[in-house]
Design a protein around this ligand. Structure first.
Ligand SMILES: [Ca+2]
Ligand SMILES: [Ca+2]
Ligand SMILES: [Ca+2]
Length: 310
């Protein structure tokens, strides 16, 4: 048999084209799938960084709840629900650092019915004219105030830090007389004498902090509070509502706040089906309808320590 040595036959060409096509289509499919995955991953990574910011802000607010707050005021007000999302309000004197709240000092000499108080002068975060001061003891009992600073004179106090030289101080003039013991804490509070408040609410898939959106799309927001009821240092009870506890008990027993955010991590995707028809966060179970199951979701669950409730 004589083979045609001049080239390939039409059949061979067609087979080659067919094989090449199969390989190309396969490669294209892999490429497109990877493109789609990397796009989804990019979206998730972007959502994660936004979530991280939100998470850190909320942890900070929980940490500062009760800061510089007299012990007869509640530092946390729970807005609990088991049929809808939760809300929560934190109260303290240091949430908004830019306005100077959170500044504090201590009294260096006892003052009695006096308009002038000698306080420690720091290198930064100093007391300013116009600041409103409250005076608390180390148990956060309110001793006196609020009183407004009308004048400051730099001076020196005793050598409390023991370095051999008198410590920097201010003679602070106040608009009303106060009686405070040496060692009392002085906190700057917002004008009007009411503490600062931070409220988290969920409104139409937008989690808001004092009405300002900071995380979306969020489908649910639920909180739990870890209490050490026998005061042995370990959390032994988780509850979704702390409003029935008086503030004294809460200060002693509340050790952890757990917050849960149910986040949508992608757009509506007909190719994707969420594997469950219900989602449970703390005391709430949400039904996910057939439309809702085409969204990807992630649950952010974070523990935060309310350090200033002690
Ligand atoms: Ca709840
Ligand atoms: Ca000194
Ligand atoms: Ca315990």
């Amino acid at each position: 048999m004589v083979r045609n040595e001049r080239g390939i036959s039409l059949i061979e060409l067609l087979v080659a084209v067919a094989i090449t096509s199969v390989i190309l289509i396969g490669a294209l499919y892999v490429f497109l799938t990877q493109m789609r995955h990397s796009h989804t991953e990019r979206k998730i990574a972007q959502a994660r960084s936004e979530v991280q910011v939100g998470e850190n802000l909320m942890k900070r607010d929980i940490l500062l709840a009760g800061y510089g707050l007299p012990n007869n005021l509640r530092a946390i007000i729970a807005g609990n629900s088991s049929s809808s999302h939760d809300s929560v309000t934190f109260i303290g004197n240091a949430f908004d650092a830019s306005t100077g709240y959170g500044k504090w000092t201590f009294v260096m000499e006892r003052a009695q019915f006096s308009h002038t108080v000698k306080v420690r002068r720091w290198n930064q975060d100093n007391i300013s004219v116009g600041d409103n001061l409250i005076f608390l003891n180390d148990d956060k009992t309110l001793i006196d105030g609020p009183a407004q600073v009308t004048n400051l004179v730099e001076t020196v106090g005793q050598d409390l830090d023991g370095d051999g030289s008198p410590d920097p101080a201010y003679d602070v003039t106040l608009n009303s007389s106060v009686s405070v013991a040496r060692g009392s804490f002085a906190y700057v509070i917002p004008v009007g004498g009411t503490p600062a408040v931070v409220t988290y609410t969920l409104d139409s898939l937008v989690l808001k902090r004092n009405g300002v959106p900071f995380l979306e799309p969020v489908e649910d927001f639920q909180l739990a509070y870890g209490l050490d009821t026998n005061e042995d240092g370990r959390v032994d009870l988780w509850t979704n509502d702390v409003n029935s506890y008086n503030y004294g008990t809460l200060r002693k027993q509340l050790k952890l706040v757990r917050f849960n955010i149910l986040l949508r991590t992608g757009k509506y995707d007909p190719r994707y089906v969420y594997p469950h028809d219900q989602i449970t966060l703390e005391d709430r179970t949400i039904d996910v309808d057939s439309l809702g199951r085409h969204y990807r979701r992630a649950v952010l669950r974070t523990l935060a320590i309310p350090r200033n409730l002690k």
